[in-house]
Design a protein around this ligand. Structure first.
Ligand code: BMP
Length: 262
């Protein structure tokens, strides 16, 4: 099954170009760690990208929390992504009609489609959303979409039925969908070409006081099918982000190596 396959063998069967690239980066850097760079100054993001870049496969942004956004910032981030060989994911979580998301994706201050490699979206509005994003991606086939099927937060409303229907919806968009954001394997078929990205990861499983729930790297990769785990505050709020990022990387990668041996 998908859980026993290596990332490099999955790179060969990936249908989306960004997913293919990501699998290769993961294998080359031996990293399935995604950093949630949830800080509000562009310099802080760039500093994280420079110091942690060597240990991550993806740097995830929420560009709408950046207080001093500029085109320079984006260009610098892109340069660091190239230097350290990681991909940039904008966690935009699109959730509107196709026409609106196409505009949100390509226009406005952020012009997300001009700099991201990966972007997240909700299936809630139906597949017109995917059609809208696809129109923007048309000439940039290296962008991959991650669809949310299940969240890490307490009391989220994504039922198993919602998740199953999301999986059915994306089946028709395998050229633009790179994977899913989920807490457990939501694949109705094996689908090793798709990547499972799982947020809510911390060395000490607890939560925050706003509904976030955490699990350990081992549990998420070995028991829950995560290919990539997202870590934000577990790293960026630690005393020594570089050392802690190395620990997450090692524990996530070892879990993957154990998983493929079963
Ligand atoms: P932290 O590790 O600091 O809790 O950050 C988790 C990150 O993952 C945040 O950027 C959040 O927006 C994102 N995320 C999440 O926590 N749960 C989900 O279900 C989906 C997410 O994108």
């Amino acid at each position: 099954t998908r859980l026993q396959m290596t990332f490099s063998s999955r790179a060969e069967i990936a249908k989306n170009e960004a997913a293919k690239e990501l699998f290769k980066i993961m294998e080359a850097k031996k990293s399935n760690l995604c950093l949630a760079a949830d800080v509000t100054k562009s310099d802080e993001i760039l500093n994280l990208a420079e110091s942690l870049g060597p240990f991550i496969c993806v740097l995830k942004t929420h560009v709408d929390i950046v207080e001093d956004f500029s085109e320079n910032f984006v260009n610098s981030l892109k340069a660091l992504a190239k230097k350290h060989n990681f991909m940039i994911m904008e966690d935009r979580k699109f959730a509107d009609i196709g026409n609106t998301v196409a505009l949100q994706f390509s226009k406005g201050i952020y012009k997300i489609s001009e700099w991201c490699d990966l972007v997240t979206a909700h299936s809630l509005p139906g597949d017109g959303l995917l059609k809208g994003l696809k129109e923007v991606i048309k000439n940039k086939e290296k962008i991959g979409i991650f669809m949310l099927t299940e969240m890490s937060s307490d009391g989220h409303l994504m039922s198993q039925d919602y998740s199953n229907k999301t999986m059915q919806m994306i089946a028709n968009y395998s050229d633009i969908v790179a994977g899913i954001v989920a807490q457990s394997s939501q694949f109705t078929e094996n689908q090793p070409e798709l990547i499972q990205l799982t947020p809510g990861c911390k060395l000490d499983e607890t939560g925050d006081n706003l509904g976030q729930k955490y699990n350990t790297p081992e549990f998420l990769v070995k028991e829950k099918g995560a290919d990539i785990a997202v870590v934000g505050r577990g790293i960026i709020e630690s005393k020594n982000p570089v050392e802690v990022a190395k620990t997450y990387r090692e524990r996530l990668w070892n879990s993957y190596e154990e998983r493929i041996k079963y």
